[in-house]
Structures are given as C-alpha cells and as structure tokens.
Design a binder for this molecule. Sequence first.
Ligand SMILES: Nc1ncnc2c1ncn2[C@@H]1O[C@H](COP(=O)(O)OP(=O)(O)O)[C@@H](O)[C@H]1O
Ligand SMILES: O=C(OP(=O)(O)O)[C@H](O)COP(=O)(O)O
Length: 396
Amino acid sequence: MTAFRTLDQADVKGKRVLVRVDLNVPMENGRVTDATRIERVLPTIQEIADKGGRVVLLAHFGRPKGRDPKDSLRPVAEAVAQHLGRPVAFADDCIGEAAEKAVAALKDGGVLLLENTRFHAGEEKNDRDFVAALAKLGDLYVNDAFSAAHRAHASTEGLAHVLPAYAGRTMQAELDALTKGLEAPQRPVVAIVGGAKVSTKIDLLENLVTKVDALVIGGGMANTFLHATGLNVGKSLAEKDLAGTAMRIIEKARDSNCAIILPVDGVCAYEFKAGARNHTYGIDAIPEDQMILDVGSQSVERINAAINDARTLVWNGPLGAFEIAPFDQGTVAAARHAAERTRAGKLVSVAGGGDTVAALNHAGVAESFTYVSTAGGAFLEWLEGKTLPGVEALRA
Ligand SMILES: Nc1ncnc2c1ncn2[C@@H]1O[C@H](COP(=O)(O)OP(=O)(O)O)[C@@H](O)[C@H]1O
Ligand SMILES: O=C(OP(=O)(O)O)[C@H](O)COP(=O)(O)O
C-alpha cells in the first residue's frame, strides 16, 4: 500500500474532490436492501467533508445501455444521506450543465452524487472526451471503489491519469485486509463461486482452479457447467454458449488436481417468484419446463463437507436466488456452516460481492466471517494475481 498516495497526502480544503465509490447496491422496489457498500464508503466521504473538501460522488448502477430510469442513482442518494447523517445533493447527469451547476453550488464540506456514469457510453469505453468532461468537475480524484477496480472505465481508471489521484480509505482497507488474509493462505483452499454474472466471471475460473484445492460451483454459474456436461437444465439461468469454456475449466481443474463440486440436486420452480411452488429434483432429472433456483439439500451436504476439509474459504456469488424464499436455503445453510467453522477457529473465511454480502447479512453471519469484502469480480481477479486497472492507475 505504500505505493499509493492516500488521503494523508491530499490537501482537500476548498477543493472539488471527485470520489469514485461503488453504489451498485442490491435494491428492491426502489429501496436499498443491503447498505454494506454505502457504509463502507462513509469514512472517506466524512473525512474529505470534515477537512472542508467538496465531495462529488461518482458511481455506476447496473449495466444500462444508455440512460434508463430504472438504473437511476437518485434513490441511492437518499440512502447515502441517511447513512451519512448529512444532506446529499443529486444531479441528473454526471457531465454537462446539470453536473456543472450542481458542483458550482457545493459549499466546503458539502456532498453531491452525480447520476449513473454508465448512462454515457464513454464511461465503459474509457473515452478521452468523457474523461475530460468528468475531470472538468474536480480538482482532485479519489478512488474508493475497490469493487469496481477490475474495470478500466473512465471513472475508475481514466480520471487517475488526468487529475492528482489518491486511494480512498476503503480502497486502502480492502487491499490491506485481503493481503493479510490471503497472501499466504493455509491449505486446503476451497473456493465457492455462484451468482448470476456468468460471462464476466467464468474466465476467471480457468486460473482459479490452478490456485485452489477445490472449487464449489453454484447458482447460475453451476447451471452453465451442468449444461456443458450434457445435463438438461430446463429454463434455468445458464449461458449455454459458454459450454466450451466450462469444459476447458473442468479439464484444467483435473490437470491441476482441483476438485470441482457441482450440485447433485436442485430446487426447481416454474417461475422466479416469491412463494412459487417448488420441488427438489436430482440433477439428472430437472424438468424441461422448470428452472433451478437453489441447490438441494444433498448438494448442501457436499458443500459443507468441502468446507469441513478447508482451512481457507473464498466465496463469491450466492448458491441460489437467495432474495426469494425458499430459494435462500442453500446459501444460508452453507454460510452458517462456514461461519460456525470460522468461529471454532478451524477456518479462515473471506467472502465478497454486492449480493454475496447481502446473502451473508440475510443469513445473519457476515460478522462471523474472517473478512467480508465489498468486491466480487474484483476480489476474484485480485485473488488470481491479476493487476486491477483501477488500482494500478493509483500507483504514485
Ligand atoms: N440459480 C439461480 N438462478 C437465477 N439467479 C440466481 C441463481 N443463483 C444465484 N442467482 C442470482 O445471482 C445474483 C448474484 O450474482 P452476482 O452478481 O454474480 O453476485 P455478487 O454481487 O455477490 O458478485 C443474485 O441476485 C441471485 O438471485
Ligand atoms: O457489483 C459489482 O461487482 P460484483 O457483482 O462482482 O460484486 C461491481 O459494482 C462491478 O459491477 P460490474 O460487474 O457491472 O462492472
């Protein structure tokens, strides 16, 4: 961490400070359902505001293609204000007149959130003109979004090259904690990877299987692997065009002596809906017209056995659609088991990801894990030893 400039070196008084945060938080009906990512960025916001800086928050939400009201950060601004205990102004755009006016109206110690950076194509393209339009709004740049640091986007990477750039307190804390917890992990190391972001995470598994002793696959990721091995997954979330990648990963795991643990049963329903009628089927008997929404109890037994064998556990991605009962049961059972092993001093457990953290909170065990990161994909890439563009750009 000594390689970075931090807030200790930043003179923020009276300055407009562009602070990149990750506010990609789980939401339901316009309300934030897990505020962990908000809570984690409060120290940086508070410190800059208390030192008399003018805080201009930059963040993305979801994966919109252009401006889409359903991905507006406006409701998140209210949640940030509540947690911060101070007003947070909001501007309807992150560049141009609306943003410039809102920034000009900021007083020393004030806080402003700009609308979703991904409403502009220039964000993900790291477009030079878009970077310049953002840079116009600030004197300094602070990156506190470790969980988006695997993206070389305008607000996560580009800005660091055109403004004096500093690591925020959460960025520092995440890197410190992960280094401390996982730099020389005790073996066996078991990884659990689940969730829904199959195409953006599957490539990471190819390298991960060479680093861990066992890989448990759940969620939408598992469905993709099950399909690849020739099983029918009905209407389940699965990225069938990635079957070749999945098979390559299975072979690489075999060559690397990494056990792959896939579900042996699945809790299925006709629809993705609370209270949907559901039934558990063996994995070779999934009905064509149903979808797997959780791992079944026999799978949980195997997953818990893998956790028992582990000295170190790394986990990203829920095992099922945990937001909807009863499809939370597999994730909750495995999370509670890992927490129990951790409390007993038998396991170092590190978990991360926006929804994974929400799932651990839902299971009531986030406090029992050794470390909970805000990052999912970024955490997995860090674990692989990949350089994260958002982190590299901050090196002094
Ligand atoms: N079998 C499944 N079918 C549909 N969605 C699933 C399934 N398993 C997990 N999910 C979904 O995956 C999402 C989380 O995935 P992801 O974004 O990859 O995790 P994280 O945010 O922790 O990195 C959750 O919204 C959950 O409902
Ligand atoms: O939620 C995030 O990552 P995660 O789901 O891997 O935890 C980050 O905000 C990055 O989002 P992205 O994967 O749409 O670039």
